[in-house]
Design a protein around this ligand. Structure first.
Ligand code: URA
Length: 431
């Protein structure tokens, strides 16, 4: 087989065979195909897409490129949750403990945030002592005893994705539905869960800008899961504006804890309770989605979700259980005062994500270190009324700063004289 023929076929929209795709991925992982040829193929995929069959063969080849986690020794239905990435998205920190408190078993391997989207691992590691480097034995043991573990993906879990993702990141080939679907699903299938709940975001702060794109990606991922004999469900959720009020690692941990205590922002609570209710229902813990939801709210109200969070972080090495104001230490908290009066019509998620990255809360390159204390806390969310001089948000800063931050934040806001049409946090659930 020759790489040039594979590139030519995709360039000319001729379907590749399973043998061709498997050979191409295997040889690339072994280091026998140079990045420039793979880049050319990725660009051809970006323009011409792949057929459903090709996407499945690609996912299978990526899945088989490294280790797989075997969860079969753990009793019950194992659930997993993944988000396509958003601004202020701390939902996994709420979903995991709440699901485990309801009796679900969740084994999650997670990635780090890059660019304007924060990663669950960075948020967890912002808690003193918490480690995300768990051996397979410790991971499985914790899933068995605590019913929840969240760890970093090991080096050899889907190595094909590690190489391809890094290349896509620098060749302008991230945004392709078959490439995103195969990247996410190869890792989720390698992680071994029976049911995969996917939070597919659309809007300014997400990869998918429109609901149509998010639905197309969802259908592709569900089909890949089904072909591999697993179940997947996609929650299509709004990422025009940030999720919740906090952006930045420790600030988001505090907000997740508030949510677990039943005092979180409604948009975050809504997404988390919907996902957990689904998990409770598919795990057979309750017979209907309504009964499942009742149980979820019970566990939120009686503190079981928060207690499970403490049990989970303690199992992963936490050296503190004190989550008050002292948890976030920064040099300055700067309010951004409104220059306008009216209803907040939009707070651009992408802008806020990029500003918090520039404050040090996120990474531009994989090598960057992050500052767990900095970020942004909204004083008001969309559709709330503000007066001139009232804080729109608070900036938590340490040393990183640039002179455009304030003007960029003002530009992220649009206002309206009337309340905007109530938008739904969850646009659609696709099964
Ligand atoms: N997340 C992934 O894991 N892969 C992609 O391609 C995009 C988002």
């Amino acid at each position: 087989m020759r790489v040039i023929d594979i590139i030519e076929k995709t360039k000319n929209k001729i379907e590749l065979t399973e043998e061709e795709i498997t050979w191409f991925i295997d040889e690339y992982v072994k280091g026998n195909i140079p990045d420039y040829q793979v880049s050319a193929w990725l660009m051809a995929v970006n323009f011409n897409s792949l057929t459903k069959k090709e996407t499945y063969y690609l996912t299978k080849a990526m899945l088989n490129s490294g280790d797989k986690i075997d969860l079969s020794s753990i009793k019950g239905i194992k659930v997993d949750k993944h988000s396509t990435g958003g601004v202020g998205d701390k939902a996994s920190l709420v979903v995991g403990p709440l699901a485990a408190a309801c009796g679900c078993v969740m084994a999650k391997l997670s990635g780090r945030g890059l660019g304007h989207t924060g990663g669950t691992l960075d948020k967890l590691e912002s808690i003193p002592g918490v480690t995300i480097s768990l051996s397979e034995e410790r991971f499985l043991n914790q899933v068995n005893t605590v019913h929840l573990a969240i760890a970093g993906q090991t080096q050899n879990l889907v190595p094909a994705d590690k190489k391809l993702y890094a290349l896509r990141d620098v060749t302008g080939t991230i945004k392709s539905i078959p490439l995103i679907a195969s990247s996410i699903m190869s890792k989720k299938l390698a992680s071994g869960a029976d049911v995969i709940c996917l939070d597919v975001k659309f809007g300014s702060g997400a990869f998918m800008k429109t609901t149509d794109e998010a639905i197309e990606l969802s259908n592709e991922m569900i089909s890949l899961a089904n072909q591999a004999g697993k179940k997947a469900v996609c929650f299509i959720t709004d990422m025009e504006s940030p999720l919740g009020k906090a952006i930045g690692n420790r600030l988001e941990v505090l907000e997740a804890i508030n949510c677990l205590k039943g005092k979180g922002p409604k948009d975050l609570e809504n997404i988390c309770t919907e996902i957990v209710s689904y998990m409770v229902f598919v795990s057979g813990i309750r017979n209907s989605k309504e009964e499942a939801k009742k149980l979820v709210y019970e566990k939120l109200r009686d503190g079981s979700g928060y207690n499970k969070f403490l049990e989970f972080i303690n199992a992963q090495g936490a050296t503190t259980n004190t989550f008050d104001e002292s948890f976030v230490s920064c040099k300055e908290i700067i309010p951004l005062l409104s220059k306008k009066e009216g209803y907040i019509a939009k707070i651009d998620a992408l802008t806020l994500g990029l500003v918090s990255m520039r404050l040090g809360a996120g990474r531009e390159t994989k090598e960057d270190s992050i500052d767990p204390n900095v970020g942004i806390v909204l004083n008001h969310q969309c559709n709330e009324y503000v007066k001139v001089g009232e804080p729109l948000l608070y900036i938590y800063k340490n040393d990183k700063w640039d002179e455009n931050i304030i003007s960029d934040l003002y530009n992220a806001y649009s206002f309206s004289d009337k309340p905007i049409k109530e938008f739904k946090t969850i646009y659609k659930i696709v099964e």
